[in-house]
Design a protein around this ligand. Structure first.
Ligand SMILES: C[S@@+](CC[C@H](N)C(=O)[O-])C[C@H]1O[C@@H](n2cnc3c(N)ncnc32)[C@H](O)[C@@H]1O
Ligand SMILES: [Zn+2]
Length: 276
């Protein structure tokens, strides 16, 4: 019944040229619709054009970090590696003792998105989720990240893959998402919690924006892996922006955020998690 209702809304809006999105107007809280290449509030109090294919919905009054770490050569190197699974598998095995083959499988699972469904990818980075193609993405993927540099990389990949109709890219904050409550079917959070300082706020936001029964999937490096990898993580933490959580801390924060079902498994220093 609920599904049929959604389809009616989608059809009605499609006939007047707009497409619904789960994105939220910061002025009034209404759900924004896509009109051509701009977002519009139904109350007409905000109209937002995309700049280079990216919408800016950074929360008003919230100061972004002074340095966009991922706009530096470090970001370029990360983006180069993570978008080449063969290379990433070797690097992650050596650095973190993790087999990231499963991470790429989970990414493909998230992109199995039928028409009418919405997936949120936070942080989207350079579009790692869809960079190898997204043949089963028939619904909508909304990628949110704070880094303009990473979003520009994602926009280039989206264009190269012809995914403009299925991928929206938005500058925003994981800890205060520009997304309506219960607006998305799935949330992907790969390799994000270890660079997001307020993990509790991010997890609470993920739970808030998920529909009932919706699922969160992701990975994060942790501060307390066993053995040798604890030293590697300790060294990486000196970089300042790298703030990995403890594995138990993730489970505790997820519970506090309202996830009733939570599974997590440590592979080397990489924690795989999924929750509902
Ligand atoms: C390691 S990358 C992961 C990107 C992608 N999910 C992947 O697996 O390749 C981390 C990303 O988190 C973004 N980020 C850090 N803090 C954020 C925040 N508060 N809100 C949104 N994005 C954030 C960074 O800009 C960066 O692109
Ligand atoms: Zn509004």
């Amino acid at each position: 019944m609920a599904k049929r209702k959604t389809q009616t809304v989608v059809r009605r809006q499609a006939t007047n040229g707009s497409r619904p999105t789960p994105l939220k107007c910061w002025v009034c809280g209404s759900q924004l619709a896509l009109w051509g290449d701009r977002l519009e509030c139904p109350r007409r109090d905000s109209r937002l054009p995309a700049a280079d294919g990216i919408f800016d919905l950074w929360p008003p009054g919230r100061r972004p970090p002074r340095l966009d770490t991922y706009a530096t050569p470090f970001g370029a190197a990360y983006d180069f590696g993570v978008n080449r699974p063969a290379l990433a598998r070797v690097a992650a095995r050596i650095e973190y003792g993790a087999d990231v083959a499963r991470m790429y499988e989970w990414m493909a699972e998230v992109l199995d998105c039928p028409p009418g469904r919405v997936v949120l990818d936070v942080p989207a980075g350079g579009g790692t989720l869809f960079s190898r193609g997204a043949p089963k993405l028939d619904g909508l993927l909304v990628g949110i990240d704070l880094s303009r540099a990473m979003l520009a990389r994602a926009a280039r990949r989206r264009r190269a893959l012809g995914l403009e109709q299925h991928v929206l890219l938005v500058r925003g904050d994981a800890a205060r998402l520009p997304v309506v409550t219960a607006g998305v079917d799935r949330v992907a959070c790969f390799n994000g919690l270890h660079v997001i300082p307020d993990k509790g706020a991010a997890l609470a936001e993920f739970r808030r924006v998920l529909k009932a029964g919706g699922e969160l999937l992701g990975t994060t490096l942790v501060s307390d892996p066993p053995g040798f990898y604890r030293n590697v993580i300790g060294l990486a933490r000196l970089a300042g922006f790298f703030v990995p959580p403890g594995a138990d801390q993730v489970a505790g924060l997820a519970k506090r955020a309202g996830f009733e079902r939570w599974e997590q498994k440590l592979d080397g220093a990489l924690l795989y998690f999924r929750g509902q």
